[in-house]
Design a protein around this ligand. Structure first.
Ligand code: RTP
Ligand code: MG
Length: 144
């Protein structure tokens, strides 16, 4: 049913803190348990050009440089997941940006915290709109 009108794709990243802490399986488990389908999964260390493009909307903000440096600091797991309203659904699974106040039950709320570092390390990324998802999937998985 990949052609159903409400079926969407989203880009999920398990950020370097999530990979370092061995939470890749936990994140994928939650995505699959919710009933979404994994279309692509790849562990890779992203270069600065890709990350600057990925976070282009944040260019000029004080956290931009620390964010890119953090995201380049180790491998990330890039995932494309598919399902009805998966973009919104994964953002709910992920929880609010600040892991200290993210709701319990969410990935960030259950597994994240503030480490007092220069950038918010919050374990995962998820596309925030259909336009972002399309742009980000092209960026990370040009062949998909
Ligand atoms: P993401 O894009 O990673 O899914 O997270 P998000 O939508 O919840 O947050 P967004 O506003 O897009 O910010 C992107 C990432 O930048 C880091 N950040 N740090 N004030 C800060 O220190 C700050 N604000 C944002 C976080 O890693 C956030 O996920
Ligand atoms: Mg965002």
């Amino acid at each position: 049913m990949t052609d159903a009108p409400h079926t969407e794709r989203t880009l999920i990243l398990v950020k370097p803190d999530g990979v370092r802490r061995g939470l890749v399986g936990e994140v994928l488990r939650r995505v699959e348990a919710k009933g979404y389908t994994l279309l692509a999964v790849e562990l890779r260390t992203a270069d600065e050009a890709l990350l600057a493009e990925h976070y282009a909307e944040h260019e000029g903000k004080p956290f931009f440089r620390p964010l890119v440096d953090f995201m380049a600091s180790g491998p990330v797991l890039a995932v494309v997941a598919e399902g009805e309203r998966v973009i919104e659904g994964f953002r709910v699974i992920a929880g609010a940006t600040d892991p200290t106040t993210a709701a319990p039950g969410s990935i960030r709320g259950d597994l994240g915290r503030d480490w007092g570092l220069a950038v918010t390390q919050n374990l995962v990324h998820g596309s925030d709109s259909p336009e972002s998802a399309e742009r980000e999937i092209k960026l990370w998985f040009p062949g998909l």
